[in-house]
Design a protein around this ligand. Sequence first.
Ligand code: LRY
Length: 235
Amino acid sequence: MSVLDDLAGGLVVSCQPLPDDPDDPMRDPYVQARVAAAVVRGGAVAVRVNGPDDVRAVRRAVDVPVIGLYKHGTDDVFITPTATHALEVALAGADIVAIDATDRPRPDGRAFADTVRALRERTDALVLADVSTAAEGVAAVEAGADAVATTLSGYTPASAPTDGPDLGLVERLVALLPVPVIAEGRYRGTEQVGQAFEAGAHAVVMGNAVTSPLWITRRLVPATPRAASAPKQRE
Ligand SMILES: CC(=O)N[C@H](C=O)[C@@H](O)[C@H](O)[C@H](O)COP(=O)(O)O
């Protein structure tokens, strides 16, 4: 029984502050742990958490699998870019470590397979390869990934941006890979989640649409605030 079996058919929720807003008030391990506890109470089968401090806090707050990643920067390879980042979140309590497995140079000059090997030597954490193309998914499994996620589709030069989630990539990866495929990236509601499962996804990840009040509110605020109506004259 692998911890990946716990994710089958379920919703994974990404509990992270907004990467592009350093002043996001949700940027606090205690806050992320409370958000994680709430989404698990709501039925999430696992949570995806950024950074060793948040992983440690969330680990204490939930009893479902924790997918840990460690973002460093916002450009090029920034999701768990080296073995050091991977080991830190694994040792902080992550059951699964999400690692950029795109076909781009990594800051330490090593290959994805090297990071996988280094992680395996020190921990029993599983490896979730975050990819943007089907070819990257195939290579990631050959390098030892236990599962593959469509996380980076639309965020790399090799993948065309799409408004909604990249369901086509889910389908292609499911057809090609012998490991679970996790649908992730721009899933915003139940219809899209259902489409991902129809495409063969093992599980689906939702992030901002569930856990970012900042992201949600920014999309709800009218572009041009309506003029406030004149207060009624009180009798
Ligand atoms: C591209 C990137 O850095 N994605 C990150 C991966 O951990 C997170 O910022 C996303 O929130 C997560 O993948 C879920 O995606 P969405 O928030 O669209 O449901």
